[in-house]
Design a protein around this ligand. Structure first.
Ligand code: FAD
Length: 416
């Protein structure tokens, strides 16, 4: 069934009896050409592009829980391509372009909203760094706008630019950045992949790999063995635990990141805004809640819940730029497991085991990467070659020392 305005009106007038399930619930087959482990955004996007761009139909996505239950449904929904380094910026700009056409591609309303993102500047040194970043963005075909405090006040009149604890000296804006309804991304990719014959199998945990003579022949699962021509791991925060079953130790640590949503308010925040003197970012959802977050909890964990000191730290950051936040009630908060790589950048690569591929290390920036990650991973799986926009995301950069260290923090996963 194709979704359209006409269809919505027809169903509204006929008691909504014509809607069917958005995807099937198939039993796992004994063998597929491609088995993708993990039904998060990246796994589902990979399946969609494998089927739609590379014409592959014998594809399965194995998800241990339910699709959308991982980080794809837990993030703060921000999309942007405001990166500095050559290894990153073209990739994230490709992603932003794919977001711009996503709803037409998937025939699904993912509520892509290019409401803009503004990074606030609080010091002269920060301005220099942001000017450099803006120039790098424009060199790679992205949009960047260095905004004065006067321009910022026209859009965000409640900001106190002069008399705040950290006075605001300007901002770097990307007007094409914004937000996307996160779980709709999982559902949209799942539905589109299913329509092209991809089997999406929920409640199917991969418990091991069958590897013989250095070749991966398939995966052991909670629902039996599933054979595969190629196995593509794509499990974000569970990367270390999954790949350990193939005998691999990854340059990745797992940490918790928390998110917060307030009660619904009238429209107050027109775009995404980030604080430059601490770690705090915020947007307003279409339901009216302020959606915000900050730093990771900073210790290794596989728990999907966070700790109180970070709640205090994030709220302090918020209060420093929006004192009005102190009067709003918090409705919900939750945590997700982040796959923090040593340089803060991801890995999309073949492993040393024939037929076994890996995608992970997205840290807390993987949601915006979902379309490009899916496209690049599908390209690698189908052609055996890295996608031209993802050539830097190889395992061997940790051996050669060619880190893609966007934050300049060194090999400190807890600081990226
Ligand atoms: C609080 C928070 C805020 C964030 N904010 C942003 C943001 O604003 N912008 C941004 O770009 N990024 C953000 N991120 C990061 C982003 O959400 C992740 O990088 C991205 O979603 C990870 O990719 P994914 O969607 O494929 O992961 P997931 O949705 O976690 O998918 C992985 C899937 O693998 C499954 N799995 C694990 N082990 C197995 C197994 N053995 N067998 C089968 N399946 C398995 C899991 O159940 C899960 O569904 C945020 C993350 C969090 C937690």
């Amino acid at each position: 069934m194709t979704y359209s305005g006409f269809r919505v009106i027809k169903e509204a007038l006929t008691g909504h009896r014509g809607w069917g399930p958005a995807w099937r619930t198939p039993e796992p087959k004994s063998h597929y050409d491609y088995v993708i482990i993990g039904g998060g955004g990246h796994g589902l996007a990979t399946a969609h592009y494998l089927a739609s761009v590379y014409g592959q139909a014998r594809v399965a996505v194995l998800e241990k829980g339910w699709i959308g239950g991982g980080n794809v449904g837990r993030n703060t929904t921000i999309i942007r391509s405001n990166y500095l380094l050559d290894g990153n910026e073209p990739f994230y700009e490709m992603s932003l372009k794919l977001w711009e056409g996503l709803e037409q591609d998937l025939n699904y309303n993912a509520m892509v909203s290019q409401r803009g993102i503004l990074n606030l500047i609080h010091s002269d040194a920060q301005r220099d760094a942001f000017v450099r970043r803006g120039n790098a963005m424009m060199l790679n075909g992205a949009d960047a706008d260095l905004m004065s405090t006067e321009d910022i006040l026209k859009r965000y009149p409640f900001l106190n630019v002069n008399n705040a604890r950290f006075p605001i000296k300007g901002g770097l804006a990307q007007h094409r950045g914004g937000t996307v309804r996160h779980d709709a991304v999982a559902w949209g990719y799942a539905r589109a992949a299913d329509r092209r014959g991809v089997d999406i199998i929920q409640n199917c945990e991969v418990t091991g790999f069958r590897i013989e003579n250095g070749k991966c022949l398939g995966v052991e699962t909670s629902r039996g063995f599933v054979g595969a021509g190629k196995v593509a791991a794509c499990v974000a925060g569970s990367s270390g635990r999954l790949m350990a079953k193939a005998g691999m130790r990854l340059p990745i640590e797992s940490h918790v990141l928390q998110a917060f949503v307030t009660e619904g308010l009238k429209p107050v925040l027109p775009g995404v805004i980030t604080f430059g003197a601490g770690h705090f970012y915020c947007s307003q959802s279409d339901k009216g809640g302020l959606v915000f977050g900050g730093d990771i909890d900073g210790y290794n964990s596989y728990a999907q819940r966070g700790n109180l000191p970070v709640v205090e730290d994030v709220c302090e950051g918020g209060m420093a730029i929006f004192p009005m936040l102190g009067r709003v009630r918090l409705l919900r908060m939750w945590g997700g497991i982040m796959d923090m790589s040593m340089d803060g950048s991801p890995i999309i690569d073949q492993t040393h085991i024939e037929g076994l591929y890996f995608n992970g290390g997205w840290c807390y920036g993987g949601f915006k990467a979902t379309p490009a990650s899916g496209m690049a991973y599908a390209h690698l799986l189908a052609t055996g070659q890295p996608h031209e926009k993802a050539t830097a995301y190889r395992f061997d950069r940790f051996e050669t020392g060619r880190m893609i260290d966007e934050k300049g923090m060194g090999n400190q996963p807890n600081l990226h």
